[in-house]
Ligand binder design. Structure first.
Ligand code: C2E
Ligand code: MG
Ligand code: MG
Ligand code: MG
Length: 279
């Protein structure tokens, strides 16, 4: 340490890097603990038809760190993916989401995000099957959302797994469509049940004419392939009107509702507060 400090400037950069590394290690340590000790939360965001009718919810994991507060999934999911912790984290989210959905009086669907790492390691099919049996959720009410990252690794393995999940009755949605390198070619390789147009195209709808054209093109392609489309990140009535006119099937976004603890959406799932408390 003392010797390094004697080297002046280089040392500054080194210690900066040291600090970053140490910070990541600390965060990983805390995340591991959070997974083991059930400190994670699952929030739910409604998904609706264009007329506003609720058809289901997407489960989104949340981590309320004791001192840092809420850490965004975009920060801790990649960390969990680097060291395999995502396997247990992902199973936990899946179990929570399925258990929650199984308790709803209305047979709404629940969508869960799966990481590419969950496809490469572990026994995903077995664990999903097990969770469905354990929670009693009908497989047809579960939708899994994957990004093209799932198909980039071991393509054959991923494809086999997707087919097996589909055979169980689970629906498969292609998430963040349009942001990857080869979204189009993946439509050819697997019969997706749903396409989710990435939020970036929706948020730019009014400002950039190109985005509107891209959204139109995706919708026309998806419709030709008979795949329903969900628009992500719908925040304004103007966006909803545009999408409805272009025959987009479903939407998700702050206009309908933010990701929240399910307690905020009891009316939508058909439960009264009293029923919830006595359950
Ligand atoms: P995603 O699956 O594409 O989820 C949609 C993201 O967009 C969510 O961010 C949601 O909060 C946000 N969003 C929804 N509607 C709007 C809107 O109208 N406006 C804006 N500005 N944002 C909106 P979130 O919850 O931060 O999650 C980010 C990403 O982290 C997710 O993107 C997903 O890739 C990943 N993620 C979240 N939960 C899980 C999980 O349980 N497992 C895995 N593997 N990944 C997860
Ligand atoms: Mg998603
Ligand atoms: Mg998305
Ligand atoms: Mg995303």
């Amino acid at each position: 340490r003392a010797k390094r400090e004697g080297r002046g400037r280089v040392c500054f950069f080194e210690s900066e890097m040291d600090r970053e590394l140490r910070d990541r290690r600390l965060l990983l340590h805390d995340l591991r603990q959070a997974v083991e000790q059930n400190q994670l939360l699952v929030y739910f965001q409604p998904q609706a038809r264009m007329d506003g009718e609720i058809i289901g919810f997407e489960a989104l994991v949340r981590w309320n760190h004791p001192t840092r507060g809420f850490v965004p999934p975009d920060q801790f999911i990649p960390l969990a993916e680097e060291n395999g912790l995502i396997i247990r984290l992902g199973e936990w989210v899946l179990r929570e989401a399925c258990r929650e959905a199984a308790s709803w009086p209305r047979p709404l669907q629940v969508a869960v995000n799966l990481s590419p790492v969950q496809f490469q390691a572990g026994d995903l099919e077995r664990s999903i099957h097990q969770i469905l049996l354990e929670t009693g959720l009908a497989p047809t009410r579960l939708e899994v959302e994957i990004t093209e990252g799932v198909l980039i690794g071991d393509f054959t393995r991923a494809l086999t797994l997707l087919r097996r999940l589909k055979a169980l009755g689970i629906r498969i949605a292609m998430d963040d469509f349009g942001t990857g390198y080869s979204s189009l070619s993946y439509l050819q390789s697997f019969p997706f049940d749903k396409i989710k147009i990435d939020r970036s195209f929706i948020s730019d709808l009014e400002a950039t004419p190109q985005s509107a054209e891209i959204v139109r093109a995706v919708l026309s392609l998806a419709h030709a392939l008979k795949i329903p489309v969900v628009a992500e990140g719908v925040e304004t009535e103007a966006q909803r009107v545009f999408l409805a006119r272009e025959a987009c099937e479903e939407m998700q976004g702050y206009l309908i509702g933010r990701p929240e603890p399910i307690e905020r959406y009891l009316d939508l799932i058909g439960v009264t507060v009293e029923q919830r408390l006595s359950a």
